[in-house]
Ligand binder design. Sequence first.
Ligand code: FAD
Length: 305
Amino acid sequence: MRSILLWCAQNPWLSAHVPRWGFARRAVRRFLPGEEFDDALKAASGFKTKGIGVLFTRLGENVTELSAASAAVEHYESVFAKGNAASVDAEVSVKPTQLGLDIDATAAYANLQRLALAADKAKSFLWIDMEGSAYTEPTLDLYRRLRVNHPRTGIALQAYLHRTVDDVVKLLPLNPAIRLVKGAYAEPPDRAYQAKKDVDSNYLALCSFMLPVVKRGELRLVMATHDVDLIARIARFGLALGMQRAQLEVAMLYGIRADQQVRLAAEGYSVKALIAYGDAWYAWYLRRLAERPANMLFVARQLLP
Ligand SMILES: Cc1cc2nc3c(=O)[nH]c(=O)nc-3n(C[C@H](O)[C@H](O)[C@H](O)COP(=O)(O)OP(=O)(O)OC[C@H]3O[C@@H](n4cnc5c(N)ncnc54)[C@H](O)[C@@H]3O)c2cc1C
């Protein structure tokens, strides 16, 4: 089921047609507060009262015109400014292919620089999402260059990739920020662990390796996962090292395990919810279904009157 859903995520015909179907639009609302930034900002205000910060991301990837990438940059510049004005604890997360990486890596880098400056100005933070493995090296390259002058920037790394431990080791001298995720794309066995238990073990190993560096203040680590058992195991390592819960950062997606987000924040962890918005939700939503095929039942229910 996961493979079928990830294949559907890449299918151009489905991508053009499914977003027009009413039941699909109804189903996606579970993971999106709305299509407009104002919907996301309103949701962020609701999180504020629960002690939960947010990451904003406007859906969209693999743009084919640099004008679309420039429009995304202008949009995110206004997001930094509006988040700051609304006094919400907000950061921004972008996909390199949303900023033109498929067209021109130099232009994508210039776009990231503009956003890093906007993050500095708003005293916020810019995250670079990690996409499929064809983009791993170019994305790391963008981040390595960006980090030199922009401390308020970080990158997502995927625990399912065999290479990630090497990538972590090579990034550490930069005093980086790493958002560790399990990985959401279809990857072959020579590049990625296929079994969930192997991905989970690698996630645990990577965090155990990074926690002492976090404790020394030489790395910002965000555990971006809904796997609360895994978070609890990693937290035990951190607490044993003498870390405070507030130094353990967790991020989850809007609409997934909301009760756990509230619980972790109440227990003193630093928690953020990633709020996605926009109309280009098709591929992103299919990846959410692939993560938990039981979500298909919810979609099916939207077909009923
Ligand atoms: C803040 C954030 C940023 C991310 N950024 C990236 C990125 O840049 N690149 C990338 O490749 N991936 C990214 N991801 C997605 C990530 O790679 C995983 O695909 C996703 O988080 C599901 O894995 P999991 O870690 O939650 O663990 P899993 O083991 O898959 O899930 C643990 C439990 O969480 C619940 N759960 C998980 N997913 C869902 C879902 N979709 N619907 C309902 N319940 C669910 C289930 O109860 C499940 O048993 C991001 C995820 C988060 C939370």
